[in-house]
Design a protein around this ligand. Sequence first.
Ligand SMILES: [Zn+2]
Length: 289
Amino acid sequence: MASPSPHWLGCHLKLQQQDKRSLVDSRWPPSYRWLAMVYLHVGSRTRFIWAASICLFLLLAAPSPSSAFSRSERAGFQRTIVDYRTRLNPKYKKIKRKDTRYIIVHTAELGLKHTLRVVSRGKHFRNGRRTNGGHTHYVIARNGRTYRIMDKKWVADHAGRSMWNGQTDLSRLSIGIELVGYHYSPITDKQYRSVGLLIDTLQSVYGLDDRAVLTHSQVAYGGPNRWHKKDHRGRKRCAKNFDRAKAGLGPTWNHDPDVRARRLVADAQLAKVFYSRRARVAPGALWRD
Ligand SMILES: [Zn+2]
């Protein structure tokens, strides 16, 4: 019998058991050696079934690398979302969003009851002016319970006068999430879990990376006024206490693109929160004290 060619794996069927062992490198870890021995001893059909099963397992069971949560966690979370869509003000004009480029996180600056009413029914101003509601897609209560205010395909009126990377009127291009609470008080761990799961799901639906997740305070801007001659950041403080890392989000913008391009004047306090070296090294660290 001709000597076996270990370099050609296909010929191992003709090899004696001893020769098969010689194909397994003794320097491999024991588990690898064991798997390789099993692999060499089974028939080609079994080997095919094995390989197919492993591929299927990796495809279905393992979380995708970009996701901080498993599929079952996300599916479980989806089932807990409270449908609040029937409460939406009928006057709210539903317009389909043509493109989705951002997810914008807000702090509601109200308690749960008032938040749900305002985002669904609308705001009432002292001068008698009213809005028609539809001010967000989702609300997340302090206990993590999440409410769907309107279908995510509609434009929600949530970002107001806004700009990011030269694009204005971000309500047309974004999903809005309201966290019940205030920009100066901590966001709860349960809210972070829900907002993390929600963002994770929306990112996979719309193909968005972590840089697409911004806070309202980052994107809002104000027009010229008594204190500012030009368009400027700082119109909102909304969600400046949002700790991205706690929501499972990775690195993001280290500068404000509209300030850099001189479209807007910076706000010193927000710049420190979002773009200082310290903020980048330890997101949210400024707000833990
Ligand atoms: Zn806001």
